[in-house]
Design a protein around this ligand. Structure first.
Ligand code: NAD
Length: 424
């Protein structure tokens, strides 16, 4: 249990993270386990008021956050979320999962995350820009290319990153491309970044499917979330002849046992902002998503989706966690009991932060790679990382999630140990 006073550790995603750390503790070597409490509190958490003048002249206040969970291995790294449910408990957990994720794939970063409690769909483009610029100015003293490097997450995109880069640069008096990743390509962004997370979900799924003897050709896939991550993962599974039978987003759930035509769906979503009403599939109840006959489920929306009750009834052989924190620890236990393989978020969706790292490296050296070079490096790194996690799970007879935490925590806590505790 945490003694943090500013976030209730008794509920929500932060509680899930603490339980995941408790599960890995028995596997850590004695010299490192005494540092494990480092992970149970963020290094730094900033809550900011973000006032903006709305288009109608009124003033509205929004609450924003930036949490740096751990910086032992390098600058903080993690996205910025704009969503009505954002709160400190969630941002703390998301920042902590970034600490684990950057360590699993062995990037020289720590973990951070930020967000604003807002529904971006209710703001005009000018209001969104004002909100982003004021938020950036409020957190600008703790971010920077050597300190903490934000990126897109739910509700934010390359345009938002461009505004953050411009606002931060204005304060510095020169252009600082390396302060954010996921920027537009002509502002120092990286080729391949937009599709990187979905690509990583596919690569990890492809690798683990081979290990468990699941053929992707004809496999049925259900995807929750048809945004950046879910749509690209669906595209790649479809390219490999899997059938995307069910898709859910914030507007509803659609189903077609013969496979949903993704090209048509992309056009429909571009026109209507959601999957609901697509002519090539029938609408089903949102809860029925978890009853669909399927081989693979890809949660790629929000955390806390796979509950105990859903874990008992879902039909898949493999779950690919595109989203961060979609599965409760108790649900994990049920999935283990049912022989359902879970490829955990901290490796499954690490493709995005990996190409973010490539973007940061390119910005720092002002030398840019081709998309083929990016994808080649991404594929190689993800294949190695997922094999390491699989082998660690086999060696320790544990789940892939615990294995990923073992690998990550050893790296993080060794860095903590070798840096020492100041002032000693
Ligand atoms: P996005 O905003 O592009 O898409 C989110 C999708 O989720 C949309 O289709 C939206 O309709 C859907 N959604 C929202 N609320 C929902 C609900 N209640 N039920 C069903 N669907 C809902 O976001 P994204 O970038 O694709 O991120 C999705 C998940 O992946 C998040 O958990 C995020 O933290 C994680 N992630 C994203 C990246 C990245 O590079 N974008 C990297 C790693 C992890």
């Amino acid at each position: 249990m945490s003694n943090l006073s500013y976030a209730n550790a008794e509920y929500g995603p932060w509680k899930t993270f603490l339980e995941q750390v408790d599960r890995v503790a028995p596997y850590l070597s004695e010299d490192l386990s005494k540092y494990v409490d480092t992970l149970k509190r963020p290094k730094r958490a900033l809550i900011v008021d973000v006032p903006i003048i709305m288009d109608d002249g009124t003033i509205r206040h929004f609450e924003g956050y930036r949490v740096q969970h751990n910086l032992s291995r390098g600058p903080g790294k993690g996205g910025i979320r704009y969503h009505p449910d954002v709160e400190i408990n969630e941002v703390m957990a998301l920042s902590a999962w970034m600490t684990i994720k950057t360590a699993v794939v062995n990037l020289p970063f720590g973990g951070a995350k930020g967000g604003i409690r807002v529904d971006p769909r209710t703001l005009s483009p000018r209001e969104l820009e004002r909100l982003t610029r004021r938020y950036t100015s409020e957190i600008s003293h703790i971010i920077g290319p050597q300190k903490d490097i934000p990126a897109p997450d739910v509700g934010t995109n390359a345009n938002v990153m461009g505004w953050i880069m411009d606002t931060y640069s204005s304060g510095q008096g020169h252009t600082v491309t390396g302060v954010v990743t996921g920027k537009p390509v002509h502002l120092g962004g990286s080729l391949g970044r937009v599709k990187a997370t979905g690509r990583g979900v596919f690569i990890t799924g492809y690798e683990i499917a081979k290990k468990i003897g699941l053929s992707l050709d004809g496999a049925k896939v259900s995807v929750q979330g048809f945004g950046n991550v879910g749509s690209e993962a669906a595209n790649l599974f479809s390219e490999y002849k899997s059938k995307i039978v069910c898709i859910q987003d914030h507007t509803g759930t659609i189903f077609n046992a013969d496979g949903i035509d993704l090209e048509g769906l992309h056009a429909h979503v571009a026109a209507t902002q959601g999957v609901l009403g697509f002519a090539g599939a029938k609408q089903i109840d949102n809860e029925d998503f978890w009853d669909v006959e399927t081989d693979i489920i890809i949660p790629a929306a929000l955390e806390g989706q796979i509950t105990i009750e859903r874990a008992k009834r879902l039909k898949a052989k493999m779950i690919l966690e595109g989203a961060n924190g979609p599965t409760y620890p108790e649900a994990d236990d049920i999935l283990v009991g049912r022989d359902i393989v879970v490829v955990p978020d901290v490796i499954c969706n690490a493709g995005g932060v990996t190409v973010s790292y490539f973007e940061w490296v390119q910005d720092m050296s002002s030398f840019f790679w081709t998309e083929d070079e990016i994808n080649e490096r991404l594929d190689k790194l993800m294949i190695q990382a997922v094999a390491d996690v699989w082998n660690c799970a086999a060696d320790n007879k544990c789940t892939m999630r615990t294995a990923a935490y073992i690998l990550a925590c050893e790296r993080i806590l060794r860095a903590r140990k070798e840096r020492g505790i100041y002032p000693g």
